[in-house]
Ligand binder design. Structure first.
Ligand code: F1P
Length: 594
């Protein structure tokens, strides 16, 4: 790399930390200087950018602006929370550890509680962990963003899960310190300190927590955080909120936000299990070492840059041709496939069929609270064989996700079936260094296979590392493929769904940034696009955000339409025609800006 390019990339790595950088935005909503022109990058450059963004998670604290993942205070809090869990593990009577969140945060709550309940089961212990996701189990596989705005629903669901419990450690996850659903749950904990100890996980400093009024409530997310800060002084509440830097696609907290959630909570729960069951006390050094093992996971994963770029290119081509990408997975890697695929719909305005995930064993293997979720959510490999495979051809990408511990003969069987329809078959397989898995036949069937060889980790479970690695890889693949499809403008998702208050505010801000028009005019344009009217009625202007976001559920291209209207002064109908002629949102926007 040329000296000037290196200097420039070094400064842009830290640029977001300056107090002058997008000062009105919390870290989780800022745009990342590293990805400013991701929309024009090649597949391999996209992967390099995503690697640099992910690496920001582990950067050391510089100056006093932001706490980071490895900051002393963060590690110390992780130790304290781990010790709380340890106490419960040693005497689990009438106790529960609850992990709760919205969207990706709730999906990770599910993934993590499943893994640690399994660990307890292997020790012949009762389940101790419960998950809550706003909108219920359907939200594991689809976006149910309206319930995220409902603090009462959050409280009710927490009360229900904790019925009869005398001691609850509640871990609320909201990457942006913003979801009213989680704020409501934390408020409930603060009202009943005799039962609940609240822990908050998120990735903004407390003063950046959301402070918009929540309809029908006297508290805001920020006021709840402030009360927790007070209680934290006497160790009755805990805040785990390092900054991990802005997301590669602005606000897409499924990426680093989700990864950091997984890392932090696995570190806490693993330390607690080791303390309770193998007499290994929770130590500062142990926690730090475990975090470093995750950092190494990033290195091992991105060492496969070329393979990942090739996959991204193949997936991008499929999507550009209006074809599909299917993840066929085994075990918890399949769950990560289901999650990544489901997130493409709200994140990129993708169709349900564009990217889909399937899990060997279907709902039995997923083992979610509510069991099978009906015909709209078919997730088993058999469903893939019946519903999807018959229509596949060489333009469709199928990706196998497995580890050496999975049933390799079953993987081969699926590979053979897929090859009858498409040669565009790829595989990602994790295995321990030196292992000679009998999967050569699978390799021969695949047009590319990414074999990731892992040294035994210095700390932590290999499966957790494989999961994180798979998450990074799939997030890169689906994000990159949609970038190549032209869904991103600079590093903003233009066609964001406006289905909850956070997304409504983000959409208005984006319109301001791109049109240069005042906020009031942008909000008006947004509402016109939501209600599909050229003039706003009093009925519309007097309605609240909940009504707006509810109406927006059935709308597409809301933000692009509003932007075209703002930039050209045309009517909605003209804007619709314009976007029909130029379906690549990035190019449509550029044409207007020019
Ligand atoms: C929760 C969340 C995100 C999702 C979208 C809407 O955010 O559902 O997971 O990608 O941005 O919000 P948070 O509460 O974890 O910040």
């Amino acid at each position: 790399m040329a000296q000037s390019e290196w200097t420039c990339s070094l400064s842009s790595v830290h640029e977001w930390e300056s107090p002058d950088y997008e000062p009105s935005l919390p870290v989780s909503e800022k745009s990342n200087p590293l990805t400013r022109d991701i929309d024009r990058a090649s597949a391999s450059r996209i992967v390099r950018m995503l690697q640099a963004c992910d690496a920001q998670m582990f950067q050391e604290e510089s100056g006093a602006t932001y706490q980071r993942l490895l900051s002393e205070q963060v590690v110390a809090t992780l130790m304290e929370v781990a010790q709380k869990v340890e106490i419960i593990l040693k005497d689990p009577r009438d106790s529960l550890v609850v992990l709760s969140g919205c969207g990706t945060s709730g999906r990770l709550a599910f993934l993590i509680t499943s893994a640690f309940n399994r660990a307890l089961q292997e020790l012949s212990q009762r389940s101790l962990y419960s998950y809550i996701i706003a909108g219920g189990d359907r939200a594991l596989l689809s976006s149910q963003e309206a319930p995220e705005d409902d603090p009462k629903l959050g409280m009710l669901s927490l009360k229900k899960v904790c019925e009869g419990k005398k001691r609850v450690l509640f871990i609320g996850i909201s990457c942006g310190l913003s979801a009213p659903f989680v704020a409501g749950q934390l408020e409930l904990c603060l009202q009943h300190p005799e039962v609940y100890t609240p822990v908050l996980v998120g990735f903004n400093p407390p003063h950046q927590a959301r402070n918009e009024p929540i309809p029908g409530c006297t508290f805001t997310f920020r006021s709840v955080v402030q009360r927790m800060q007070e209680l934290a002084k006497s160790h009755k509440a805990f805040l785990i909120n390092p900054a991990v830097g802005p997301e590669a696609v602005s606000g897409s907290s499924r990426m680093k936000g989700g990864s950091a959630t997984k890392i932090l909570l696995e570190v806490v729960l693993s330390a607690a299990h080791a303390a309770a069951f193998t007499n290994t006390p929770v130590t500062y050094k142990g926690i730090l070492q475990h975090m470093r093992a995750y950092e190494k996971t990033l290195d091992i994963t991105y060492a496969q840059k070329e393979g990942i770029s090739a996959l991204l290119e193949a997936a991008g081509q499929s999507l550009q041709r209006g074809r599909r990408v299917c993840y066929l997975g085994w075990g918890s890697l399949a769950t990560l496939g289901l999650i990544d695929a489901s997130e493409c719909i709200p994140t990129f305005g993708a169709d349900y069929e564009d990217v889909r995930g399937f899990i060997s064993g279907g709902y039995r293997a997923l083992n979610n609270n509510e069991g099978p979720l009906g015909p709209d959510f078919c997730i088993a490999h058999e469903d893939f064989l019946h519903l999807v495979l018959p229509s596949l051809d060489d333009r469709d990408v199928v990706l196998l996700l497995y580890t050496q511990s999975d049933d390799v003969s079953d993987v081969e069987k699926m590979a053979l079936r897929v090859r009858e329809k498409t040669s565009n078959l790829h595989a990602v397989c994790h295995r321990v260094e030196g292992d000679t898995a009998a999967d050569d036949d699978i390799n021969k069937l695949c047009s590319s296979s990414l074999k990731i060889n892992w040294p035994p980790p210095a700390s932590g479970s290999l499966l957790h590392m494989w999961e994180l690695s798979t998450k990074l890889l799939l997030n890169s693949l689906s994000t990159g493929a949609h970038v190549l499809k032209g869904k991103i403008y600079q590093n903003h998702m233009m066609d964001v769904q406006v289905t909850n208050s956070k997304l409504y505010c983000r959409a208005t801000r984006l319109l301001q940034k791109l049109s240069g028009c005042p906020e009031i005019q942008c909000e008006e344009a947004l509402l016109k696009a939501v209600y599909r009217v050229d003039e706003l009625t009093v009925d519309i202007t007097s309605s609240d955000i909940i009504t707006h976001t509810h109406t927006a559920r059935n709308r597409t291209k809301v933000v692009p339409l509003a932007l075209v209207c703002l930039l050209t002064g045309c009517s909605l109908m003209e804007a619709e025609t314009h976007l029909q002629q130029q379906p690549i949102v990035r190019e449509a926007v550029e044409a207007c800006l020019a």
